[in-house]
Design a protein around this ligand. Structure first.
Ligand code: PGA
Length: 265
């Protein structure tokens, strides 16, 4: 099954508007249009830099989509500090991250909040990158599969979507590998991604599971991306730290494009 590769940059709390413009202008000279056409490249800046990212990408004529890192599960009302899906759509974004471990842990978003955010994003017409992943303690006691499958089942419960695979992407991000430099062994990451795919087949159906992109995230950089992205059940990467480095982001895109070309050959 040929699935278009994705390189998604999660900029986290980095890059103000000026830095966003400078970064995208700089990388535009290093990105090949053919590579960008062969894959799906996405950048997720902080809310206040989304418009600057969209404008700079347009000016530089780059095929990079802009996503958001978060959205409110509410539509409007007394929710101080929140931003809703329609406001994000107004900025021209295509997708939104939901369930990132930093949101789950630092901002105490539990499964019910994540499910509500997933549904709100999808109902508004946004694509969602749904993140999941286990802590080191969960891995050590051998509960990785149970934990990750549980996160997926809980988020997707009751969801009925005919075009699931084109709207939802899963990102498997073991928490102990995020921002630590400790990348998960590629064969192990692939095993968990294959497990997620079989869980999707159980919840949805085999065709949807086969067509859904499953990304790996956690300390991905240009020196390890080739091996990760070559795995049978890994369809790209969700990248934090390396995605805001001028030399790294184009290298990640090029790696995914090379892997796509192999899959066609
Ligand atoms: P990292 O972050 O690439 O810096 O480990 C990944 C993520 O949090 O999505």
């Amino acid at each position: 099954m040929k699935r278009k590769k994705i390189i998604a940059g999660n900029w986290k709390l980095n890059m103000n508007q000026a830095q966003t413009r400078d970064f995208l202008k700089e990388v535009s000279g290093k990105l090949s249009a053919d590579d960008l056409n062969a894959i799906e490249a996405i950048v997720c800046p902080p809310f206040t830099s989304i418009a600057a990212a969209g404008e700079t990408i347009k000016e530089a004529n780059l095929k990079i989509a802009v996503g958001a890192q978060n959205l409110s599960q509410h539509q409007s009302g007394a929710y101080t500090g929140e931003i809703n899906a329609e406001m994000l759509k107004e900025l021209g974004i295509s997708s939104v991250l939901v369930g990132h471990s930093e949101r789950r842990e630092t901002f105490a978003e539990d499964d019910s909040v994540i499910k509500a955010k997933l549904n709100t994003g999808l109902e508004a017409g946004l694509n969602v990158i749904l993140c999941c992943g286990e802590s080191e303690a969960t891995r050590e006691v051998g509960d990785t599969d149970k934990w990750v499958a549980g996160q997926i089942a809980s988020a997707l419960e009751g969801l009925s979507l005919t075009d699931f695979a084109s709207r939802v992407t899963i990102a498997y991000e073991p928490i102990w590998a995020i921002g630590t430099g400790k990348v998960c062994d590629s064969a192990e990451a692939n095993r968990v991604c294959a497990m997620i795919r079989s869980k999707l087949a159980e919840i949805l159906d085999q065709a949807s599971a086969d067509a859904t992109r499953i990304l790996y995230g956690g300390s991905v950089k240009s020196s390890n991306v080739d091996e990760i992205i070559a795995q049978s059940d890994i369809d790209g990467a969700l990248v934090g730290g390396a995605s805001i480095k001028v030399e790294e982001f184009p290298a990640l895109v090029a790696s995914a494009a090379r892997e796509s070309a192999k899959a066609v050959a």
